[in-house]
Design a protein around this ligand. Sequence first.
Ligand code: S3P
Ligand code: PEP
Length: 455
Amino acid sequence: MSHGSSPRPATAKKSSDLKGTVRIPGDKSISHRSFMFGGLASGETRITGLLEGEDVINTGKAMQAMGARIRKEGDTWIINGVGNGALLAPEAPLDFGNAGTGCRLTMGLVGVYDFDSTFIGDASLTKRPMGRVLDPLREMGVQVKSAEGDRLPVTLHGPQTPNPITYRVPMASAQVKSAVLLAGLNTPGITTVIEPVLTRDHTEKMLQGFGANLTVETDAEGVRTIRLEGRGKLIGQVIDVPGDPSSTAFPLVAALIVPGSDITILNVLMNPTRTGLILTLQEMGAEIEVMNQRLAGGEDVADLRVRYSELKGVSVPEERAPSMIDEYPVLAVAAAFAEGATVMNGLEELRVKESDRLSAVADGLKLNGLDCDEGEASLVVRGRPGGKGLGNASGEKVKTHLDHRIAMSFLVMGLASEHPVTVDDATMIATSFPEFMDLMTGLGAKIEQAESKAA
Ligand SMILES: O=C(O)C1=C[C@@H](OP(=O)(O)O)[C@@H](O)[C@H](O)C1
Ligand SMILES: C=C(OP(=O)(O)O)C(=O)O
């Protein structure tokens, strides 16, 4: 895995028209859950289209360490699960690398078992707050040992009989919602999660697909009440993972800002809890044609035709943030090429991602000649249509802080900037989108990576 390897800078240069058709690799959120729920369910789960990024592979390894059998035949991952309630005690710490999703969801999944489980990760994950998941687990009766500030390493030990709780999620977080629901799977009675703000709903939909007794009620204000009956049977499923809309964002924004571009992106997940970026870009004037809308495995999927567009700045409604939370860094890049200012609010969650994304984006934009204002939970970007003066002729590198999305966003910026844009490390891209370099250069993007140094 790249966490231990040396950093590898990469440089993106002004490119001419991006052209071609690409298929985006599988959605990361659904891929993590496919390994987890397949590993837990009774019988066989077959997965195609799985994202084979480092984050997801670490989740697969964790499930193997707890008794799941996982193998790959041709393009299909085949999992034989342990059966709900029958995870084995992991003999060694579970290493989630760079992945908040893998780590936090698995804390819920296994933390309520009456044995020790220990969680570790890379330098980025070790800085991220785990209290948001540990607090509800404590209420369920789990004993927690953690580093200062509820950081990793964390060791959990569940009670003999966990308490079913009613938990109101205090921040917009699908990971927290999911961790509580997954803990509920091995808890007698009904576990209830109240979600005031809708976040991605993959856990709810997929658990229902695996046979869990889970209901969702939404009141007039949009507050959702999710009830899960614990200790029910889960049964293996056949899953075809649609393309990741968060990965789609990079070629999509690249095509919008590089003059003359016209690309088609196939098989993109269009679940409405994930499409905030597309809506926002359309409001900015982006020509994005949504084609062949269809249902696949219970999810909306479509192909996108994207053409170079003259963008204008907008104010992004704050309530849209959860449906595009991972896309703000690359939206800021689109905004860098728009006429006028783009105003983004409600960004507090960006500060606790793989890096503090709000300051990483603001610092990177300023380094590359753009005027922007970083607030406590807001960002204002004043664009420069045509990219005149953008980039960094002296080759000074954007600091990516072990964050894949910062690396990919600034490489996209370089494709339409007057001067090149260089990032200090592109290795983390492999956590979520290992195909990024080949896919982008295949469309005509000029991106070069430094050779990796022998270890
Ligand atoms: O549940 C998930 O799969 C995810 C939830 C989001 O995190 P939060 O729950 O911290 O917002 C998102 O940023 C992450 O990439 C994936
Ligand atoms: C925030 C992200 O992932 P995670 O929380 O799983 O590390 C991301 O992929 O942008």
